[in-house]
Design a protein around this ligand. Structure first.
Ligand SMILES: Nc1ncnc2c1ncn2[C@@H]1O[C@H](COP(=O)(O)OP(=O)(O)O)[C@@H](O)[C@H]1O
Ligand SMILES: CCCC(=O)OP(=O)(O)O
Length: 356
């Protein structure tokens, strides 16, 4: 039985799966609390902690003898086309140096490499968070020398848009969708004819706030804070992409805990949950302008879309734009497996990061 190990590190979770001959053999989502993540100085220093969790998973499912490849979520690399990439020195070196910023997805290739070495099998990443299909006009920021960049849940955005298109009897490559992914971070993409032509960057301080990120901030107020608190660049990255959003308002990134508080009558928790939904709806509307109103559907996805109230709050504000479909959670594990399988079966060649 040839098996492929799938490793998907998110900011609040490590998702693991084993697939064999297109069948899901085992799957687990390990959630990480705010306190658990706070023990670590940075993302890279979580490697051993998450490696141990993955080793336990492999042993629990007795997969050691069967692994033929490992595939991880692709992190912050240089802007590159979509596809399956071999994990090699050039790719690992950019991730370990955090050359293009820090995020849990950087661990995908690093963790995959650990198991590649242990089991002497190839390691891949698929459609990393930096997949860049933005049109030139979308990259203009408003200040010469600074361009907008594409940092999104590209893998899942494309996977769910494909399923939504199929359900509507359409082809992804021949339709227009707005996809909002609500995870630890929130990204929103305008997909036109198979390409994400504009996107709200879910990491660098654009668009809606998320369970742990600030999204867009009033610039002058933020500049004053940086000066007053004498923040370094590392402090700023940690603040806007790890210690803001619901965490800063409510001390919590787990929406299920937030909802428990709401059910117990916490009006502040209810207010900030609704504010997050309100901001997501605004970003979706922004993308409807990118697509000039010709939209086949709006797709809501990510862990936070399991929340009925978040889902309904967004839908009530955007359903006038286009029909809305919700895919709570993500289809990333299957998409990662398929990307690796396409290469192993010879249908596609793995791309070399150093050469793109
Ligand atoms: N069943 C659920 N109900 C409500 N919220 C959920 C549920 N499952 C996950 N979430 C929330 O979704 C967010 C994380 O989404 P997810 O896509 O799993 O994150 P990650 O970015 O870590 O991959 C967290 O706020 C989490 O609490
Ligand atoms: C926008 C980059 C991807 C991202 O934010 O992923 P998480 O939600 O897992 O943090």
């Amino acid at each position: 039985m040839d098996s492929i190990l799938v490793i998907n590190p998110g900011s609040t979770s490590t998702k693991l799966a084993i697939f064999s001959n297109h069948e899901l053999i085992a799957e687990e989502t390990i959630r990480h609390s705010v306190d658990e993540i706070a023990q670590f100085e940075n993302v890279i220093s979580q490697t051993e902690f998450r490696t141990n969790l993955i080793s336990e998973f492999i042993k629990k499912h007795e997969a050691e003898q069967h692994l033929v490849a490992v595939v991880g979520r692709g992190g912050l690399l240089k802007p590159i086309p979509g596809g399956t990439y071999l994990v090699n020195e050039a790719l690992l070196s950019d991730l370990l140096a955090e050359k293009y910023n820090t995020h849990a997805s950087n661990l995908g290739a690093i963790l995959a490499n650990e198991f590649s070495k242990e089991y002497n099998i190839p390691a891949y990443i698929v459609d990393p968070v930096v997949v860049d299909e933005m049109e030139p006009i979308a990259k203009v920021s408003g200040l010469k020398g600074i361009d907008r960049r594409s940092v999104t849940h590209a893998l899942n955005q494309k996977a769910v848009a494909r399923v939504a298109a199929e359900e509507m009897g359409k082809e992804y490559n021949d339709s227009s969708f707005i996809v909002a992914h609500l995870g630890g971070g929130i990204s929103v993409g305008a997909h036109k004819n198979g390409k994400m032509i504009d996107a709200v960057n879910g990491l660098d301080g654009e668009g809606p706030f998320s369970p742990e990120r600030s999204g867009e901030l009033p610039l002058i107020e933020f500049a004053n804070l940086i000066i007053k608190e004498e923040l370094t660049l590392a402090d700023i990255k940690k603040l806007i992409a790890g210690n803001s959003g619901l965490k800063s308002y409510l001390g919590e990134t787990d929406l299920r805990e937030v909802e428990k508080r709401i059910n117990e009558g916490d009006t502040e928790a209810a207010f900030y949950e609704e504010a997050m939904s309100y901001q997501v709806a605004k970003s979706i509307a922004e993308m409807s302008v990118v697509l000039k109103g010709k939209i086949d559907g709006i797709v809501l996805t990510g862990g936070a879309i399991y929340s009925e109230s978040v889902r309904n709050q967004i839908i009530s504000r955007v359903e006038w734009i286009a029909p809305v479909k919700a895919f709570p959670g993500e289809m990333e594990m299957q998409a990662l497996y398929e990307g690796a399988w396409r290469v192993l079966s010879g249908k596609e060649e793995a791309k070399d990061y150093a050469l793109v």
